[in-house]
Design a protein around this ligand. Sequence first.
Ligand code: COA
Length: 278
Amino acid sequence: MPGKVIIRKLLKKAELEKLIEIQRVVWKHPDLDLTPVHQFSISNFMGGLVLGALVDGEVAGFVYSFPAIFQGKFCHHSHLLAVLPQYQGYGLGKKLKWAQRREVLKLGLDLITWTYDPLQTRNANLNFHTLGVISRTYLPDFYGETPALKLGPGIPTDRLLVEWPIKSERVEKKTRGEKEEFFNLDSWPRALEGSTAPDGSYRPGKPRLKIKEPIFLAETARDVRALQATPEIIAAWQSALRQVFTHYFRQGYAIVDFIFGEKCYYVLKKIPTSNHLL
Ligand SMILES: CC(C)(COP(=O)(O)OP(=O)(O)OC[C@H]1O[C@@H](n2cnc3c(N)ncnc32)[C@H](O)[C@@H]1OP(=O)(O)O)[C@@H](O)C(=O)NCCC(=O)NCCS
């Protein structure tokens, strides 16, 4: 990517106004669903954080978080992360998240949370494999009837809440670019697996809910955007993953990684205590 990249806090009104345009371009949301400038301003004043990625002085992306309490623990909750399409894939998203981590550590906090749609595999890859979050909280239809946040008509706005234990050894390793490698995947148990239907579509099988092994996989559709014309297949994947995650989270498993390849898999692992990874 040509251009000089700087990551820094955005404090001026003129810079915060740029974030409205970025939200419009990245999410194509109607105005009612945009986070307004006054929300960013008051957050800046009250312990929140608005970080921008500037390329040659122009705001190309941003990340926004605010102080929050998750299950009785003080943390930052990260609500928006966006990079303009022409700048995506050049590392700006990662830079923004690592800068967010550094700033939140300075505030004396050791946890950042956020939510995302588990069917979005690029985000899953960024969150688990690159940044090192874990997830053990499933939020079915969390945003309800908000058309801008749905993947298609009639598809609930399910979300995973992820926990980023920013002081942990797990995340320290990720700052050094160390990523888990997985071998012999064929021998791993699978709670969910896709197969090709007679019409050529790739659909989820029946969830397997009796796995006892400490670590296993759950497949997800590789590219949900390619399924826009068939919302019933998106809904089928969502419903199957919802069953798998809600069932195994109750059994003490957490999602600890994501494998992005020709096929995509969530990695679930039994974790000994509720705060083991934090
Ligand atoms: C998500 C988003 C902010 C990422 O920003 P970006 O600058 O494009 O991302 P980066 O180039 O820094 O890549 C970060 C990671 O994302 C994942 N990723 C990015 N592009 C990917 C692709 N084509 N395939 C798979 N994973 C990909 C990888 O994990 C990558 O880390 P790696 O380079 O170590 O493998 C950006 O794509 C975006 O604005 N998307 C639309 C809005 C959105 O989804 N926001 C996040 C909601 S949780």
